[in-house]
Design a protein around this ligand. Structure first.
Ligand SMILES: [Zn+2]
Length: 131
């Protein structure tokens, strides 16, 4: 199997995006697809039930160092996505990435270069970057 690359994906998006080529369509489709990611996660909880969300204030001991903080932070998700929910969420995230890629294409932004630059910033800031 050929290695995936964002450059190839970016070219592929450029080839297939015809009907929603306007920046207005891209921005609104991006927002719509992002909302569908949220909806798919919510339906995994409320419709399927394969995961649960138990949200509460993060329980952080007072005497720990910043570098230990990660060990005490919860994502509040319990359980595991079933195959159906995982496939649906992957589909919605992929559609979101499709429109992010289309947005990059609209402004001649190369995704590989952009992410490489961002990864360097994240590496430089490390865990103190507060992302
Ligand atoms: Zn499920």
């Amino acid at each position: 199997m050929e290695q995936f690359s964002f450059n190839q994906f970016q070219d592929q998006v450029d080839e297939v995006l015809i009907r929603h080529k306007s920046i207005l369509d891209i921005l609104s489709k991006l927002q719509e697809s992002s909302a569908k990611v949220n909806r798919a996660v919510a339906k995994s909880v409320t419709h399927c039930g394969c995961i649960q969300i138990h949200s509460q204030k993060q329980g952080i001991p007072e005497d720990i160092s910043y570098s230990e903080l990660k060990n005490y932070m919860s994502n509040h998700v319990e359980g595991y996505l079933c195959d159906i929910c995982k496939e649906k969420i992957e589909e919605e995230i992929s559609t979101t990435i499709f429109y992010i890629t289309a947005l990059c294409n609209s402004f001649n932004i190369n995704i590989d270069d952009m992410l490489e630059n961002y990864a360097s910033q994240v590496k430089a800031l490390g865990k103190y970057g507060l992302l």
